[in-house]
Design a protein around this ligand. Structure first.
Ligand code: FAD
Length: 370
């Protein structure tokens, strides 16, 4: 089976990339490990940076139930509060709905989608790729790696970040809670932070990132939540008053924010596979969508304007660097402020004294609408 373009992974980056390529008249196959819809560990706040783009793809955000979010609240581990407005703003929608809606658009655009199939190996063979799944071997001229933050494929590609420790754990629930729809709150606690914001149908996404050491120390998620998160009084209230809608939380392990490369063994990496921004920036989804679109643009240039492979790789790597490297760097620096209780208190105090500083940091981690 030979394809011009194969996309490994159908999250936001992979789906968006496949839709644009198919709409440009190119044959594209996308292979995704799961089927749609599915839940995913994610805060589900999408920056308005990508709203015009999603609307151009004809994604009807209103019909999907997306909720407008315009205000931001930051709390310290002791419960001190800082409120600000979000200059760009965003919207809340579950990944359960958003990814499935993009999948429908991909089918309509003519993308060939293979679901419930894990890619086990991607080999570069002089002038193209061999992509292995348990059932078949695909040949492809171009491969986009859109398989998310960390996969076995990274180990096979011997990517250096796989050698570094990945000390974080992500946990997510959907809850019902008495909370304003237009507000996203980021509550800090020792060793992590937790976001809460509205998604469709009156539900809220409650999602946190925490050092794995905390789970090791307390043995289970409920005990860890009681002993660590609930020390922040805002989180105490949510944990005690909210109605939790899942039987058990969605959990992911081994989250790393180490730098990665946008091109790896000729594969164009997009979304988290190329670099994961710290979740407190609330912008990983927008970056994945933007990177998927950038990859599609450069691949279209390769096929329709006869750019060669070296040009394709160089242009994509350069654009990726220009667009995302500063955001990722700023994200890593801010994350350090929120690891310890004392630093979080100091950061909140500082941002309270100098409100434009917080808005500047938010701007430096976001791009302009496209
Ligand atoms: C705790 C936490 C909270 C976050 N909160 C927010 C937020 O509020 N706002 C925001 O903008 N961003 C947030 N992010 C970041 C955001 O979730 C990611 O940046 C975004 O999901 C990246 O999209 P992606 O398409 O690159 O990867 P993914 O959405 O992870 O998609 C990758 C896909 O590849 C598939 N896959 C993996 N391996 C294989 C394989 N071998 N074969 C086939 N398929 C495969 C997976 O099943 C998956 O569907 C958060 C992240 C974390 C960890």
């Amino acid at each position: 089976m030979k394809y011009p373009i194969l996309i490994a992974g159908g999250g936001l980056a992979g789906l968006v990339c496949s839709i644009e390529l198919a709409q440009a008249g190119l044959r594209v196959i996308l292979i995704e490990r799961k089927k749609y819809p599915h839940h995913k560990v994610c805060g589900e706040y999408v920056s308005n940076e990508v709203r015009p783009y999603l609307e151009k793809l004809r994604l009807d955000l209103k019909a999907l139930g997306a909720v407008e979010i315009q205000r931001f609240r930051l709390t310290s581990p002791r419960g001190n509060v800082l409120d600000t407005r979000l200059d760009l703003g965003g919207f809340g929608i579950s990944r359960y709905r958003l990814d499935a809606a993009l999948y429908e658009l991909a089918l309509q655009a003519g993308v060939e989608v293979v679901l419930n199939t894990t890619i086990t190996d991607i080999q570069w063979k002089a002038d193209g790729f061999e992509v292995q799944t348990p059932e078949a071997c695909y040949q492809a001229e171009i491969v986009v790696g859109a398989y998310g933050k960390r996969a076995r494929l990274d180990r096979q590609l011997e990517r250096p970040f796989m050698q570094q420790p990945s000390p974080y754990l992500g946990v997510k629930y959907h809850v019902r809670y008495d909370f304003p729809d237009d507000l996203i709150a980021l509550h800090n606690f020792k060793g992590g932070y937790c976001g809460i914001s509205a998604v469709e149908e009156g539900k809220f996404c409650f999602c946190y990132l925490i050092e794995r050491a905390a789970l090791k120390a307390f043995g289970s998620i409920p005990v860890m939540e009681k002993k660590v998160l609930a020390r922040n009084p805002h989180l105490y209230s949510i944990l005690h008053e909210a109605e939790f809608l899942y039987d058990k939380p969605e959990v992911i392990n081994e989250i790393s924010f180490a730098p990665k490369k946008a091109i790896e063994n000729h594969i164009l990496m997009a979304g988290d596979a190329a670099g994961l921004i710290t979740p407190l920036c609330g912008n990983g989804m927008a970056m994945a969508i933007r990177a998927g679109s950038m990859a599609a643009h450069e691949i279209t240039g390769y096929f329709n304007h006869h750019h060669n492979r070296a040009q394709l790789e160089e242009k994509y790597a350069q654009r990726w660097q220009n667009e995302f490297s500063t955001r990722l760097w700023v994200g890593r620096k801010i994350q350090r402020l929120f690891g310890s209780e004392a630093l979080s208190e100091m950061a909140l105090h500082f941002f309270g004294m100098v409100p434009p500083a917080m808005r500047l940091v938010i701007r430096r981690t976001h791009g302009s609408p496209f």
